[in-house]
Design a protein around this ligand. Structure first.
Ligand code: HEC
Length: 168
């Protein structure tokens, strides 16, 4: 009887080892899953596009339009900024509010998310931008298709608004 019990025990332990072996194979399967999950950064890259356009940082994009390159002085030109503020108050506040999102996004902090060229191009030709620039296109969708009206400003006027935006 004892011999039978012992041999049963041996058989069981052999079976258990067998199972153990199978489990190892399973964990191989898991490591295959892990290699799958290393592909996720690609998905994450497309998830970046799911950040609303108004919150996206696109500082390396200059947009589409006549403004190709702008160099900002390290000091803000307060006279120019004051002129820009006046133009902003006349032409822009129907749709933009400093402290909240309105018909369009708030320009506060805009210098941290858009390049100066992009901002100037958006002010000077919003139609071209929303047709051809990816971020502006997405903004138009985010703001429910409300088109930013072209205020027919000169380059100097747009430049002074940009200077004002630097103070926000
Ligand atoms: C008729 C409403 C309207 C007026 C007026 C208007 N905007 Fe806009 N603006 C928008 C909307 C809406 C958007 C978002 C893009 C879109 O839907 O076309 C926008 C987007 C912008 C953006 C991009 C903001 C971002 O976060 O990227 C800037 C910069 C901007 N406007 C500046 C101005 C300036 C400067 C003026 C005045 C000269 C002005 N806008 C006048 C409606 C307007």
């Amino acid at each position: 009887m004892k011999i039978i019990t012992r041999s049963l025990a041996i058989i069981f332990s052999v079976l258990l080892m067998g199972c153990g072996g199978k489990e190892e194979k399973k964990s191989d399967g898991f490591s295959v899953d892990r290699t799958k999950s290393t592909e996720k950064p690609v998905e994450a890259a497309s998830a970046v596009d799911e950040v609303p356009a108004s919150k996206r940082i696109t500082l390396d994009e200059k947009g589409v339009g006549e403004i190709k390159s702008i160099t900002l002085d390290s000091e803000i030109n307060t006279e120019m900024a004051a002129a820009g503020e006046a133009i902003y108050n006349t032409n822009c506040t129907a749709c933009h509010k400093l402290d909240k999102r309105f018909i369009g996004p708030s320009p506060r902090g805009i210098m941290e998310r858009r390049s100066p060229e992009w901002i100037m191009n958006m002010i000077l030709d919003p139609k071209l931008m929303t047709e051809q620039d990816r971020c502006a296109k997405d903004l138009l969708i985010e703001f429910n298709g409300a088109a930013m009206a072209n205020q027919n400003l000169t380059v100097d006027e747009a430049r002074s608004i940009l200077e004002y935006f630097r103070t926000l």
